[in-house]
Design a protein around this ligand. Sequence first.
Ligand code: GMT
Length: 375
Amino acid sequence: MRIGITCYPTYGGSGAVATELGLALGQRGHEVHIISYASPFRLRHFAEHVYFHEVDLSGAYPLFEYFPYSLALAVKQHEVALREDLEILHVHYAVPHATAAFLAKQMLGTEHDIKVVTTLHGTDITLVGQEPSFFTVTKFSIEQSDAVTAVSEFLRDETYSAFGCSACDIEVIPNFVNPEEFHARRDGGCRTALAPPGTKVVMHISNFRPVKRVQDVVRVFAKIREEIPAVLVLVGDGPERPETEAEAERLGVREHVVLLGKHDAVGDLLRCADLFLLTSASESFGLAALEALACGVPVVATDVGGIREVIPAQGAGALVELGDVETMARRAIEILGDPQRLASAREVAAHSARRFSIDEIVPRYEALYRRVLGR
Ligand code: GMT
């Protein structure tokens, strides 16, 4: 099949999933054309059958205070669809990608009947899409898609309740991991570079947006450190980074916190970790948590959104009420302080991630494409 994929190229779950999907589809012999305003961060190397098309942002005009990106994207989607004879346009994150795809499809007309598949990822439904300035167009674009998927049952139900979407049948296709990249530790790896022997490595990876509540990560870590020698490794960057550093200073643990900034090879880093913390206020799926589990790292997370669909109720970590820093720390200490429990949590974690393996999930997208194409 010839498939166009549109996603955000920046550090974030939807762009990671869309790009990994594109790479996997390319490997399976499909022709994949990624259309975005920059090369996605997970498109790290040349991959057969995978092409990147940059949206032309040069049309800035003094009259525009704000550049109409959605229009430029629709023009590029239309252009690539015509030139490459695309059959499917698979857009990730509804705002504004599903709307641009609708426009591109209309411009193509009936002579080139492209099918639009929209994958809902999280804040496009729970936050941004519900803003009054986007609500009606988000609902319209979802309803006009030929197929809609959501990355969790939570997100599917949230879409039905927030938008109504009476005419759309949303299929849940969960996110996935590539076990070649995300697998349990086989040797000591980079541990010594991050922490001295006898010190536990607690890790968090995110884009440091307010929804991640990264300051809670620091608060939990400070309590862990009262009982267990540990370092906190923070991977990623974003608006909350200064406040996160300030919180570490305030709690007197700054010297035990390593801020690595943005990294693409997160599998290598996760394998250095003993525990992963996710303190989000909302999370439709929690891709970073899945990647941690796949690397054999237990996860202590807030019990919000679709996280309980990813992290098993018992054995691979713990799910704790939002904001309950005290309990999160207690659960973390119980795991980190007991070598047997840690070893068993590692095993359960790695095992639980297998149902989200790339080979299980990508065929579900292929089946969906075939279905909308009537094959
Ligand atoms: O919040 C992020 O990290 C980015 C955001 C995105 O759309 O880029 O993530 C959402 O999509 C991810 C991939 O499907 C999910 O794993 C995240 O849970 C979801 N984030 C939220 O719901 C807050």
